[in-house]
Design a protein around this ligand. Structure first.
Ligand code: SF4
Ligand code: SF4
Length: 363
């Protein structure tokens, strides 16, 4: 490590603040890297199987330790983190106000012109490149993360003062709500002291339980605790193959992700909207036609979702989800398309279509 005196937070703060604002981030903060109480919950979450089939969440280092249980497992050199947050909310209605059951619901975060991983990373790199101008530290090391490495970003964000961890497990900011993407820059800078203005925001959930009450699949098993196996976001994006039948009804019209526990949150009632060009919605992705998604060819899927997080679900998953949403609609008009899908080359799509035909029959 450097033999230089520890830098002062006050020295780097104005430079980082300017770089973050220039890069379009509404919020930013700097946190020390410590093992915080929230991370004690992480090994329990993994042990309980709440990560479902997301194997990468349980990745271990050479010593057999869960990488995500401490930032120091993934980056032993890290001493502080610059956390930036950007609003992705737009003026479109919330899913809880979209009542046409013949259309699907893609989550707000996936409507944009560019995949948020790339959009936020490009902006974060601008902030990263300003750090060496602010401190004289010959051994300076930095590393950027936007959902791209083994750290629990929301916990680091809390300690950087971005917001509190809500009962829906999202980071919520008192002024902006929770429609926020996070970007984290780990740094080797060991500051003389932290404190103001980087102090954790107080928990403002109070006695509210709206998110827990509204979750259609009871995925919020307790305040601050989410079981991915039940979460519509996990089921529609991460889960490969068949989805358990008992969870399909609760998925409603969701075909990619889920916004319900944020739509109902009082802190999002007056959430401002963003001007960032990358997050302006592609109109065709807001409340899309289910037939369009279900019968999308490989070529069209690649073209439509080229720069989109929706690629993560793969064409198979998206068409499976669209078939399930058709079943949930109870609408007979979907029977011809479902008949065709029941003979599809993809076994997962076939099975979902057969289930949906039966569901419409029952309705
Ligand atoms: S994202 Fe949807 S399914 Fe998951 S916890 Fe929130 S409301 Fe429940
Ligand atoms: S809905 Fe209520 S309990 Fe849930 S995160 Fe928002 S304020 Fe907290």
């Amino acid at each position: 490590m450097s033999t230089f005196a520890k830098p002062l937070l006050a020295d780097i703060w104005p430079v980082v603040a300017k770089a973050a604002a220039d890069a379009g981030f509404e919020l930013f903060g700097i946190a020390p890297i410590d093992d915080t109480p929230e991370l004690e919950y992480f090994p329990r979450w993994i042990a309980a199987g709440h990560a479902g089939e997301m194997k990468y969440m349980g990745a271990r280092d050479d010593q057999g330790r869960l990488k995500r249980a401490s930032v120091l497992h993934a980056a032993p050199w890290a001493r502080s983190a610059v956390v930036c947050a950007i609003n992705y909310n737009t003026a479109q209605p919330y899913s809880t106000n979209a009542h046409d059951s013949s259309r699907g619901w893609i989550s707000r975060y996936a409507w944009g012109q560019q995949d948020y991983h790339d959009a936020v990373m490009n902006r974060l790199r601008q902030v990263e490149s300003a750090i060496p101008n602010a401190v004289h530290s010959p051994d300076l090391k930095t590393r950027c993360y936007v959902d791209t490495g083994p750290i629990v970003e929301r916990v680091v964000a809390k300690y950087a003062g971005i917001g509190w961890l809500g009962k829906n497990t999202c980071i919520i900011n008192q002024r902006l709500g929770s429609w926020l993407f996070l970007g984290v820059i780990l740094t080797s800078l060991d500051f003389e002291s932290f404190g103001e203005p980087s102090i954790p925001a107080p928990d403002r959930c109070g006695t509210c339980t709206r998110c827990i009450d509204a979750c259609p699949t009871d995925a919020l098993i307790a305040p601050y605790q989410l079981d991915s196996n039940k979460c519509i976001s996990y089921l529609t994006i991460e889960k490969r193959g068949e989805i358990a039948e008992e969870l399909r009804g609760g998925m409603g019209q969701h075909v990619f992700g889920c916004d319900i526990c944020q739509d109902v949150c009082p802190w999002n009632r007056k959430a401002p909207v963003t001007n960032a060009p990358e997050f302006q919605p592609r109109k065709e992705l807001v409340n899309p036609a289910l037939e369009w998604l279900a019968e999308m060819s490989t070529t069209e899927f690649r073209a439509v979702f080229r720069e989109s997080p929706v690629r993560r679900a793969k064409r198979s998953g998206l068409r499976r989800n669209a078939a399930i949403a058709m079943g949930n609609s109870g609408k007979r008009k979907f029977l011809p398309v479902l008949e065709r899908l029941s003979k599809d080359e993809d076994e997962v799509v076939r099975e979902a279509a057969v289930w949906a035909i039966k569901a419409i029959g029952r309705a």
